[in-house]
Write a protein that binds this ligand. Structure first.
Ligand code: SF4
Length: 335
């Protein structure tokens, strides 16, 4: 299947007080149409910056995409003019933020906000756009007559449902969901995720699901990417990564999950902190925290190793990757 999103060698920096924060560092990835990709990692790993980059919304002058390319449905996002970007945002690519109030305007009714978004991208009369807004609210389980109400009249979970209705109103091809349920309590979280899954399945929407929860990835995603210090350090299907996590950082994330069957009352957090993004180490960014670090790790930045579609950025697998590459080259010669 073709990729709806292709990112290659993306670098995003923020400039402040004569320091450069290297938020995204040579990141390359592709997303297949119709798939749900879970992007996991700690706060500060660059996950939200990546999502904003896909919408070309990294704010100048502090933030800047300094290198790389982003192609959405074959179009070069970084070369788009204002009009093309406006058409793409909200219609083809929509975003759900952690805090619903980031997306909602407190002085407009929720119906007006959805109708306005629909009219920006579709040629509908005011009445038809209003009807569509009401229908979208009903799709997310909110009675149509509540379209006349303002955001503050809704609870947290209901507000996030409104945001989902707003994001999906124009039937986007790609949805960027940035910790969409973190601010909600657990029961509401489950309801909102069920609803998102249903709508995504019905519409065939591709989703980049940003979260720090491996549990949510297991339940909701087809593929998973682990992000660390602005890089994707591991990428594979949920079966591959949950079956056998390869990167020591992903292994650490699994190790820090509570194990209800084990006789322990403590989590095992990954020791240490992510490196200062204004002074990243020369070799592997995870080296200072890695229990398997070798001499080469502090000197050379690891390259991606592809082990049958399960990719990992780690020196531990260099030999396995080279053997796999040689075997497939020999196979091609024999054909
Ligand atoms: Fe650890 Fe070295 Fe792999 Fe980095 S490259 S994760 S330091 S083993």
């Amino acid at each position: 299947m073709e990729n709806i999103l292709e990112i290659s060698d993306l670098r995003v920096h923020y400039f402040s007080n004569r320091k450069t924060v290297r938020a995204v560092n040579g990141l390359s990835m592709g997303m297949e149409a119709g798939k749900v990709l879970g992007l996991v990692g700690e706060t500060g790993a660059g996950k939200t910056t990546l999502a904003l980059s896909i919408l070309n919304m990294v704010r100048a002058p502090q933030g800047k995409i300094v290198e790389g390319s982003i192609r959405f449905a074959g179009a070069d996002v970084l070369a788009m003019g204002k009009r093309e970007l406006r058409d793409m945002r909200g219609k083809d690519v929509a975003m759900i933020f952690q805090d619903p109030m980031t997306a909602l305007n407190p002085v407009l009714t929720v119906g007006e906000q959805i109708a306005e978004t629909v009219r920006k991208h579709e040629e509908l009369s005011i009445e038809d756009a209003w009807k569509k807004a009401q229908a979208m609210l009903e799709t997310v389980g909110i009675p149509a007559d509540r379209a006349k109400e303002y955001p503050h009249q809704f609870s947290g979970g209901m507000k996030q449902r409104v945001v989902i209705a707003l994001a999906l109103a124009c039937n986007p091809k790609l949805l960027l969901a940035d910790e969409p349920t973190t601010a909600l309590d657990v029961t509401i979280q489950a309801q909102v995720l069920d609803l998102m899954r249903k709508l995504i399945r019905e519409n065939g929407t591709s989703v980049l699901f940003i979260t720090h929860s491996l549990g949510l990835v297991a339940e909701n995603c087809d593929e998973v990417a682990t992000m660390y210090s602005g890089e994707i350090v591991e990428y594979g299907t949920v079966d591959q990564v949950f079956g056998k996590a390869l990167h020591p950082y992903t292994q650490g994330l699994f190790g820090s999950l509570p194990d209800l069957s084990a006789a322990t009352d403590r989590l095992k957090p990954i020791p240490g902190l992510m490196p200062d993004p204004t002074a990243l180490p020369k070799g592997c960014f995870f080296c200072p925290r890695c229990p398997h670090a070798m001499d080469i790790c502090a000197k050379e930045h690891p390259a991606d190793v592809d082990l049958g579609g399960h990719r990992v950025k780690c020196h531990l697998y260099a030999a396995a990757g080279a053997a796999k590459g040689a075997a497939s080259a020999a196979g091609r010669r024999a054909e």
